[in-house]
Design a protein around this ligand. Structure first.
Ligand code: C5P
Length: 232
């Protein structure tokens, strides 16, 4: 899989997400299904969107004991999505177990990506709530390295961290980056943002874009613009 734009389909019902995807007619954008939609509609929404021909990033961020994550990943592997994820904070052993569970009997599997520290976690909350006293950048890189050592395919990170992740974990290690906005667009609640063109320049492999596309007056035009700016 090469560089691509993944649309964050942050909707809470089947009706909303299918209405949105219907606008794309012949086009089949890569979509991200998060907890909100998955918990509302269950695995059937994943199967339905897959059957329509979309690639799917199933963003459920698993984090539990290794055995539970392994078994849950085995169940998710049957949904035939393209990307799954988990929290690197669950340790290397959890990530290795996840990879085992995700690998199908024929040896194939979806890509497995780790979340390092959530971007909602800042230095202060990491120190006070989690008692982690290292600088957050160092923690993020350490978690990324753990994910690479465990055999995962990449991390979700801020576009500002993508270059450093590639330097630390290798060029092939994927960076999936949210926090993307058009130069003339609304930032909303994202704090550190980049345009699709900037994300391309610093080496993001995939960008995850939600509201700049889902809330646009013309979502298909916004998606095309994003794709043109990012992939060229
Ligand atoms: O609407 P917006 O473009 O901000 O959506 C970005 C998507 O990426 C959302 O689904 C959000 O949950 C997700 N995300 C993020 N920051 C992270 C990880 C995931 O914005 N660090």
């Amino acid at each position: 899989m090469g560089r691509d734009v993944i649309i964050a389909c942050d909707f809470s019902s089947k009706e909303e997400v299918l209405n949105f995807l219907d606008k794309f007619q012949g086009k089949k954008p890569f979509v991200k299904i998060g907890m909100e939609l998955y918990y509302a509609e269950g695995p059937s929404i994943v199967k339905e969107i897959k059957a329509r021909g979309h690639k799917i990033f199933l963003d459920l961020k698993l984090h539990d004991i290794p055995n539970t994550v392994k078994k849950s990943m085995a169940v998710l592997s049957r949904l035939d999505v393209d990307i799954c994820n988990l929290h690197a904070g669950g340790t290397k052993r959890m990530m290795e177990a996840a990879l085992e569970g995700l690998t199908r009997p024929d040896g194939t599997r979806p890509l497995l990506i780790a979340v390092t520290q959530l971007t909602s976690t800042d230095q202060e909350s990491m120190e006070n709530d989690l008692l982690i006293r290292e600088p957050i950048d160092k923690v993020v890189m350490h978690y990324a390295k753990n994910a690479a050592d465990a055999g995962l395919d990449g991390v979700v990170c801020s576009p500002l961290e993508a270059q450093k992740v590639h330097e630390t974990c290798g060029k092939e290690f994927l960076t999936i980056t949210p926090g993307v906005r058009f130069a003339d667009g609304d930032i909303g609640d994202q704090k550190r943002v980049m345009t699709p063109a900037e994300a391309n320049k610093i080496g993001s492999d995939y960008i995850v874009v939600g509201r700049p596309i889902t809330a646009a007056a013309d979502p298909v035009a916004a998606y095309e613009r994003c794709l043109n700016e990012f992939v060229g």
